[in-house]
Design a protein around this ligand. Structure first.
Ligand SMILES: *[C@@H]1O[C@H](CO)[C@@H](O)[C@H](O)[C@H]1NC(C)=O
Ligand SMILES: *[C@@H]1O[C@H](CO)[C@@H](O)[C@H](O)[C@H]1NC(C)=O
Ligand SMILES: *[C@@H]1O[C@H](CO)[C@@H](O)[C@H](O)[C@H]1NC(C)=O
Ligand SMILES: *[C@@H]1O[C@H](CO)[C@@H](O)[C@H](O)[C@H]1NC(C)=O
Ligand SMILES: *[C@@H]1O[C@H](CO)[C@@H](O)[C@H](O)[C@H]1NC(C)=O
Ligand SMILES: *[C@@H]1O[C@H](CO)[C@@H](O)[C@H](O)[C@H]1NC(C)=O
Ligand SMILES: *[C@@H]1O[C@H](CO)[C@@H](O)[C@H](O)[C@H]1NC(C)=O
Ligand SMILES: *[C@@H]1O[C@H](CO)[C@@H](O)[C@H](O)[C@H]1NC(C)=O
Ligand SMILES: [Zn+2]
Length: 477
């Protein structure tokens, strides 16, 4: 064989493989899992062999900056929209919208009013508009009608439904005749016990071990259903947790007359709506009330929180220092663990791990913003992202170069001339076409290597699983 013949056949083979390999529809399946309140460093509190198995066979991001306020509903909506709270409109677990003249409250499960959710479009709606199916097992907001849609498959929220039953639903939807390409799975722990015990309690150890076992169960069920090698599994959370104490309580009744305002949201970010004509009185009374309470007029809220431009953000917010607790009076509920504080605090940060055909293996990244997950999900699902505050470019290094997404030539040329809509289009689409062409040849070679590896692995599935089983007990030690 001549070198020319070799080269030509190599390129042809590689191109054929690239088409078949990169266009495998299975590569675009995503399962997004949230373990509520799983702080980034819980991974190291007790042995978590299943989490470490994912880290070594996939990717791990050490520091994830979530959004302010670091509460459940605002952050879960960010994960599926890529927007800051002021832009997606779910600014707290408890809200009042003065224009709608309506309240939203997680505690009363008074969250089903579509109007609260429709400042944004969650990814399942976009996914379905593009002809795909989605399935959500208790994901916050997924049982609310948003822009006239529910997920293709979902269940009314029921906290009593076991993790195993939720997983069974997800597997059923991924393996049905018209399979979903996007699954969303939510679990209430370790948040509930974190609030109850406080994250510093030694009793949190068994709680975290239990989550690790649940992850192991999920992995096993995905393997049994032959989904493990085709689904891109992303494990994350909404926020962390910090230790509180009765020694660190700020009692609003000590400083300001409770008749002069309505407390819309409580701790650690008190959302204060002064009664008619009482703004100055309430503000002055609180501004220097306590050294561990920072009080902002709405227009003074720091830009870095992206928490200002929304009707549902109240005229005054009072933010407690980490570990401090705001109560109206001492008879209010007090929890030993809480979250909601400044999103710059490490203790507020969640985990992020992923495994699957789209992700690199055994790769650790230092930091990301949680807003960047959304453009990555859209990229994996091959759907067009809605305007958002993230950037795929910031998290692209988590992905294999083999992950498909054709760069449309026409769009690249328009973007070369400049786009005044940052965030709406992905930055990587702005690369000149010829760079793509140059990279193409490199990619072809990578594909060829990956394919051979793939081929070898697929002929030894038993060995691969065996290796996985061997790794786990070692990690447990
Ligand atoms: C991505 O979606 C476009 C249409 O939106 C389609 O033409 C293309 O084939 C899809 N790519 C893959 C890899 O499925
Ligand atoms: C807002 O709703 C309440 C009842 O929930 C009602 O009493 C009040 O009059 C309404 N305010 C306005 C301005 O419509
Ligand atoms: C919630 O789930 C539990 C456990 O599966 C079940 O017994 C109960 O009937 C469910 N409640 C509702 C309202 O569906
Ligand atoms: C609470 O305030 C005191 C006095 O200003 C300060 O020394 C301390 O660091 C604050 N606590 C936190 C957690 O910021
Ligand atoms: C605390 O506030 C609640 C509700 O406003 C009130 O019923 C209770 O009497 C107050 N307790 C004290 C100790 O002031
Ligand atoms: C993962 O990478 C680390 C170093 O980055 C290495 O020590 C370890 O052996 C690798 N693990 C696997 C399973 O490849
Ligand atoms: C997070 O976003 C901010 C503001 O957009 C940016 O400056 C920062 O570099 C991002 N962080 C990471 C780790 O990408
Ligand atoms: C976040 O994204 C929204 C939608 O594109 C945009 O309106 C807003 O200005 C962005 N926020 C920031 C701080 O860039
Ligand atoms: Zn939460």
């Amino acid at each position: 064989m001549t070198p020319q013949f070799l080269l030509v056949s190599f390129v042809l083979a590689a191109l054929t493989l690239e088409t078949t390999f990169s266009l495998q529809p299975d590569q675009q399946k995503v399962l997004l899992v949230s373990f509520d309140g799983f702080r980034w460093d819980y991974l190291y509190k007790v042995p978590t062999p299943h989490f470490h198995y994912i880290m070594q066979s996939g990717v791990h991001v050490k520091q994830v900056t979530n959004i302010f306020i670091t509460k459940t509903y605002p952050n879960h909506y960010t994960l599926v929209t890529g927007l800051f709270a002021e832009n997606h409109g779910i600014v707290a677990n408890d809200m009042f919208d003065p224009i709608l003249n309506k309240s939203f409250s997680l505690d009363d499960m008074n969250i089903y009013d579509s109007e609260f959710w429709e400042e944004a479009t969650p990814i399942w709606v976009t996914n379905q508009r593009e002809g795909h199916s989605s399935g959500a097992a208790m994901w916050p907001g997924a049982d609310v009608k948003i822009h006239n849609s529910f997920p293709t498959h979902y269940m009314p929220y029921n906290e009593s439904m076991s993790f195993e039953d939720r997983v069974a639903k997800i597997i059923e939807w991924f393996t049905s005749k018209e399979p979903i390409n996007l699954g969303l799975l939510y679990w209430e722990e370790p948040d509930d016990m974190g609030h109850h015990l406080g994250p510093d309690s030694p009793l949190m150890g068994p709680v975290i071990s239990d989550i690790d076992k649940k992850l192991g169960y999920l992995i096993q069920m995905l393997k049994n259903a032959k989904l493990w090698n085709t689904v891109n599994l992303i494990i994350t959370s909404d926020h962390g947790m910090t230790q509180c104490s009765k020694q660190r309580v700020i009692e609003l009744d000590q400083y300001v007359d409770k008749e002069h305002y309505t407390l819309i949201d409580r701790s650690p970010v008190a959302a204060i709506l002064p009664k008619e004509g009482k703004f100055d009185e309430v503000y002055e009374a609180l501004a220097h009330a306590h050294p561990n309470l920072t009080v902002y007029k709405k227009e003074e809220i720091p830009e870095r929180w992206h928490y200002k431009y929304n009707n549902r953000i109240q005229p005054i917010i009072a933010v407690a220092d980490e570990g401090w607790y705001i109560l109206q009076n001492k008879s209010d509920d007090f929890l030993l663990g809480n979250h909601g504080y400044d999103n710059a605090l490490a203790e507020m940060h969640p985990i992020f791990l992923a495994h699957g055909p789209a992700f690199r293996k055994n790769f650790t990244k230092e930091a990301m913003n949680s807003t960047d997950l959304y453009p990555m999900l859209c990229h994996l699902l091959n759907i067009t992202a809605m305007p958002h505050n993230g950037s795929l470019r910031n998290v692209q290094d988590l992905l294999n170069s083999a992950t498909p997404k054709a760069i449309p030539y026409t769009q690249s040329t328009t973007l070369l001339l400049g786009s005044d809509q940052p965030g709406e289009y992905e930055p990587e689409e702005a690369y000149p076409y010829f760079i793509g062409l140059a990279l193409g040849s490199v990619i072809v070679i990578v594909f060829f290597a990956v394919f051979i590896k793939h081929l070898i692995q697929s002929q030894m599935p038993a060995l691969q699983d065996l290796q996985a089983e061997i790794v786990q007990p070692l990690l447990q030690a």
